[in-house]
Design a protein around this ligand. Structure first.
Ligand code: AMP
Length: 423
């Protein structure tokens, strides 16, 4: 069945109105597939990354289900919980809830580390319909009995693979153990490491699987270049590239926080407006850096991968990989920050001799070679690697994904909304 409008997906009038305000004409593929399933109370394993419209895919049916349930949240409790790995993503989800839920009466709170917990406790006191949280702080507040999740009937775990990278999976499991067995559970992940598949198998009940291949999201629309150069030449090279005015809104990715700070220092010295965004900065400093970037006050945002998750800024003209990531999937996340919403975008990667294996992994994953700008890899260097003449055939991202979301069940079957309504 091909669906071309939000109304055909069965969304309520208040949501359709909010979508009209947001000027969304048409549901994205993940929205088309996920929304009807979720309105029906199914569990879902979504394999999709940022940029696919996944936030609306889970927020819209959640708002509708909560509204239809017509229950009032008890004090210090939440009716729905959305877990996100980073503060930025949590805030972005919260903004989406505000936007899509503007014609519904929903109370929400955001719980995250790095800021005072007092206002968060205050926000929870009367109870909330939707709680958006990062795992560590939420667990603290649960342990201090500021929030009770025993009646929380909806659970959404976003970016589960990033939770894993950041060491949050144990906290996530502890949180899930607080929730009732009868609930609707959704888990989203851009990639599927074994531990994420295991988590899905343990917490989802007969999930529907919706997979949106990464390559259809970002990679094809983006011009991708690689500049081979020595590690020590990278900062000068970056400053030189930024002399071109067409690089007007640029995200530079570094692998480390220290690296990010050094790049900012160098660019600032050259009079280029740049700010760093990484986990060592306070929440306020990160929000400020993002805001300055969004409103054009700073031209360059220098970020580490973790801090960059959840950055949603339109019209990013260029993504520059100052260092290549260790995981090739990360490359896709990074470059997906440009060319959002169908706009053109350019991704430039710096590659020193030690990074060539990473470059090859990336090219295998995206099934194409990046176009080489300037000199190719220097033959004189000790670490000579064959030139990346055409990416080899590989199963690629989609092919690597394991199948089956885990058939083992522990939880009793949760009645679908359909059954519950009929009952
Ligand atoms: P996400 O994948 O949830 O991070 O969403 C990526 C971006 O797409 C966000 O800026 C959304 O506001 C936007 N978006 C989501 N769904 C739609 C849609 N159906 N039409 C247009 N834009 C959308």
């Amino acid at each position: 069945m091909t669906v071309s409008t939000f109304a055909e997906l069965g969304l309520a009038e208040q949501l359709l109105r909010a979508l009209k305000d947001a000027q969304y004409d048409k549901p994205t593929p993940i929205q088309q597939r996920a929304i009807p399933l979720l309105l029906d109370g199914m569990d879902l394993f979504g394999i999709a990354q940022t940029g696919t419209g996944k936030t609306a895919a889970f927020t819209l049916p959640l708002l509708q289900n909560l509204d239809e349930d017509g229950i009032k949240a008890a004090p210090r409790s939440a009716r729905a919980l959305i877990l996100a790995p980073t503060r930025e993503l949590a805030l972005q989800i919260s903004d989406s809830i505000k936007s899509y839920g503007r014609y519904l009466r929903m109370r929400q709170a955001v719980i995250m580390g790095g800021v005072s917990q007092r206002p968060q406790i205050e926000a929870l006191r009367r109870g909330v319909d939707i709680l958006v949280a990062t795992p560590g702080r939420l667990l603290d507040l649960v342990n201090q009995r500021h929030v009770d999740l025993r009646h929380c009937e909806y659970l959404i775990i976003d970016e589960a693979d990033r939770m894993l990278d950041m060491g949050f999976i144990r906290d996530v499991r502890k949180i899930v153990a607080q929730l009732p067995d009868e609930r609707q559970t959704l888990l989203f992940s851009a990639t599927m490491p074994a531990e994420v598949t295991k988590l899905a198998g343990d917490i989802l009940f007969e999930p529907e699987r919706v997979e949106i291949a990464a390559k259809t999201v970002a990679v094809e629309a983006i011009e991708q270049h690689v500049h081979h150069l020595a590690k020590t030449a990278k900062r000068d090279h970056l400053a030189k590239l930024l002399e071109a005015p067409e690089l007007s809104r640029v995200i530079v990715f570094t692998r480390t926080k220290r690296g990010a700070d050094q790049v900012v220092k160098r660019l600032t010295r050259d009079g280029i407006g740049a700010e760093a965004m990484h986990g060592n900065k306070s929440q306020n400093a990160r929000q400020r850096a993002l805001e300055n970037f969004r409103n054009g006050r700073s031209r360059v945002l220098v970020a580490t991968d973790i801090a960059a998750r959840g950055i949603d800024v339109d019209d990013v003209t260029h993504v520059i990989n100052f260092e290549l990531p260790h995981e090739p999937e990360c490359y896709i996340h990074r470059i997906g920050r440009t060319a959002r919403a169908g706009a053109a975008g350019v991704a430039i990667s710096f590659c020193d001799a030690s990074e060539r294996p990473q470059l090859r992994s990336i090219e295998r994953l995206i099934k194409r070679s990046l176009s080489v700008v300037g000199q190719g890899p220097m033959e004189s260097e000790a670490l000579v690697v064959e030139k990346h003449a055409g990416a080899k055939k590989d199963k690629g991202a989609a092919g690597r994904l394991e199948s089956g979301a885990g058939k083992r069940r522990r939880r009793p079957r949760r009645p679908r909304r359909f059954d519950r309504r009929a009952a």
